[in-house]
Design a protein around this ligand. Structure first.
Ligand SMILES: [Zn+2]
Ligand SMILES: [Zn+2]
Length: 97
């Protein structure tokens, strides 16, 4: 870790590097690094990791789940509406009697 002392931040040449990004292997000061899952990585790599396909897949699956839930809800409404329409005449006559 002694080599860190002689390294400078990529964005701040006047500052000494506090950490080395394990993703891009460049040196950064404390301000330019962000903690991500126990590791200190630079802000640009943090943004890159945040846009990984894993997040996209999670969003896609969420949308699929919402669509499935909406379809199921619509089916349920139509099912019960049909059920009520089928039952309505007999119930109606029983109540009026
Ligand atoms: Zn990086
Ligand atoms: Zn910096």
């Amino acid at each position: 870790m002694t080599e860190l002392v002689h390294q400078r931040c990529l964005h701040h040449p006047s500052r000494e590097a506090a950490a080395r990004c394990p993703e891009c292997r460049r040196f950064f000061c404390r301000e330019c690094t962000v903690e991500h899952r126990g590791r200190m990585i630079c802000a640009s790599c943090m943004g890159r990791i945040a846009e990984t396909p894993v997040v996209g897949n999670w969003r896609a699956s969420l949308w699929a789940a919402c669509a499935a839930a909406g379809f199921f809800l619509a089916w349920l409404i139509f099912y019960y509406a049909g059920l009520m329409l089928a039952r309505a005449p007999s119930d109606f006559f029983e109540v009026t009697r």
